[in-house]
Design a protein around this ligand. Sequence first.
Ligand SMILES: [Zn+2]
Ligand SMILES: [Zn+2]
Length: 200
Amino acid sequence: MTGIGHVTLAPGSVATEEARQLAFDLEQRPVEKPTAAAVDLLIRSTLAAHEPGLELPDVRVSGRMRQTLGSYMPSKKQIAISSRLLAMSDEEDVRSVVLHEVAHAIVHERWGGKPSPHGREFRAVCGEIGAKPRRYVDVTTEQWQSRVRYLAKCGHCKALIVRKRQVRSVRCVCGLKLYPQSWRTVAPAEGGATGDWVML
Ligand SMILES: [Zn+2]
Ligand SMILES: [Zn+2]
């Protein structure tokens, strides 16, 4: 048993208020994008140590990147990473992908577009910042798809309905039959309570 089992309700209006608040919170669980603050911190600290003149915008977390885990767009100096990577892999894998893209950014800053993408300059920068000087980052992604779920919200009682497939119709616990127009793709939140989801 967790937290809720220990709540003791004292008589009176305050307790009733609290009980109502608790019920409200449970129904209104936010479904958020996986947080990228730690990734931005990694990028900033790496640049501060190895390429202090280079400033990059906040990392873009993309729900469309499925085969690609990370990318760097030189024209916008934009590092993007897959929301699946952020939601479903461990810290070490995220770090490998991010440092690989930071290496691309630094190569572009120093030599422009001349060097070949994973050539001599890239390998040198990887050595400098502690990234693996490889063309591909090894991240095991086979398990990811089995953890993906689809989420709809009941328009009547606001309950979250989670399914393994995007079915045409679904029955909510409140009894309402729904025909969701669009399902949100989600994954279980890492380290969150059971029933917490992040958007992919
Ligand atoms: Zn690359
Ligand atoms: Zn409902």
